[in-house]
Design a protein around this ligand. Structure first.
Ligand SMILES: C[S@@+](CC[C@H](N)C(=O)[O-])C[C@H]1O[C@@H](n2cnc3c(N)ncnc32)[C@H](O)[C@@H]1O
Length: 273
């Protein structure tokens, strides 16, 4: 039945009590881009309750671990392979312990959880995925930008350029650029010349590009440049990692108004007077 104003009821689980033991399971938790205040409340709670915390040393700031129990086992995973990581998680859960695996940003993007999930399911280990704030969302917020402006751009593409991980040919950057959407480019600083050349096949040379380095970290930097200066700026600042690019006509600014809050636009919650 469609909801009508006044008839909506939210099914909220009772708030968990801090300190209650977590069920033995693996929790694949998005830790956001860096700023500890961009963790979800759920992520913070899981961190504060977990028996074991696995985290990528280079991507998760120390402050986040400050919420962990003093007796929690903390393991940096930067030097581990999946072959080390999986048996470790499985063994801890089989021993009755709860394992929080912190992933940078949101786990749905470039986080290699797919293979972890498959292996955990095969081993009959319970797991849960908890979303986080992705780098592109943190970037848009820092830029005070909406990436979907009516009449200008209504779609966002999240992608990367082919590097050591091959992107399927049908997702070539040039092919995606043809749509001239807001485009968020991950994992591409090392191949920025190729990225710029492919984007220039369809975007205007002066399309704004935000080059966002280590968002949410104390050394965060953001440069706003035209597309034809994207590669040079990346090289000038020696950026090779932890950089996300936002390429978007929406970053030009200008006065455009959405219909959502317009007085002549009625909807379920704002019917005609
Ligand atoms: C392995 S991917 C992980 C992406 C992550 N799951 C997310 O949702 O943001 C790493 C890439 O994400 C982007 N990234 C992650 N954190 C970032 C940050 N704090 N600042 C800028 N870019 C970041 C960069 O493009 C980096 O090369």
């Amino acid at each position: 039945m469609p909801a009508t104003p006044g008839s909506i009821s939210f099914q909220t689980a009772a708030l968990p009590v801090q300190g209650l033991p977590l069920a033995p399971a693996v929790y694949l938790v998005g830790a956001g881009p860096g700023d500890p205040e961009l963790l979800t409340v759920k992520a913070q709670r899981l961190i504060s309750q977990a028996d074991v915390i696995l985290y990528a040393n280079s991507l998760v700031p120390e402050q986040i671990l400050a919420w962990a129990r003093p007796d929690a086992e903390r393991l940096g995973t930067a030097a581990m392979t999946l072959e080390n990581l999986l048996p470790l998680m499985i063994e801890r859960v089989r021993a009755g312990r709860s394992v929080v695996r912190l992933q940078s940003g949101d786990p749905s993007l470039y986080s290699a959880i797919h293979e972890q999930i498959q292996a955990l399911a095969e081993a009959e280990i319970p797991f849960e995925v908890v979303p986080g704030i992705s780098a592109y969302q943190a970037a848009a917020a820092k830029l005070n930008a909406e990436l979907t402006i009516p009449g200008l751009v209504q779609s966002i593409i999240l992608t990367r350029i082919s590097g050591r991980t091959q992107v399927p040919p049908r997702e070539d950057l040039a092919a995606l650029a043809a749509h001239q959407t807001s485009l968020c480019l991950y994992l591409s600083a090392r191949h920025v010349e190729a990225a710029q050349a492919q984007l220039l096949q369809h975007y205007e040379a002066d399309t704004p590009v935000a080059i966002c380095f280590r968002l949410g970290w104390p050394d965060e930097q953001i440069w706003l440049v035209p597309l034809n200066a994207m590669a040079a700026a990346t090289r000038d600042h020696h950026l090779v990692r932890t950089t996300v690019y936002l390429i978007s006509p929406a970053l030009r600014g200008g006065a455009v108004r959405s219909r959502l809050y317009s007085p002549d636009h009625t909807h379920l919650f704002r019917p005609k007077p």
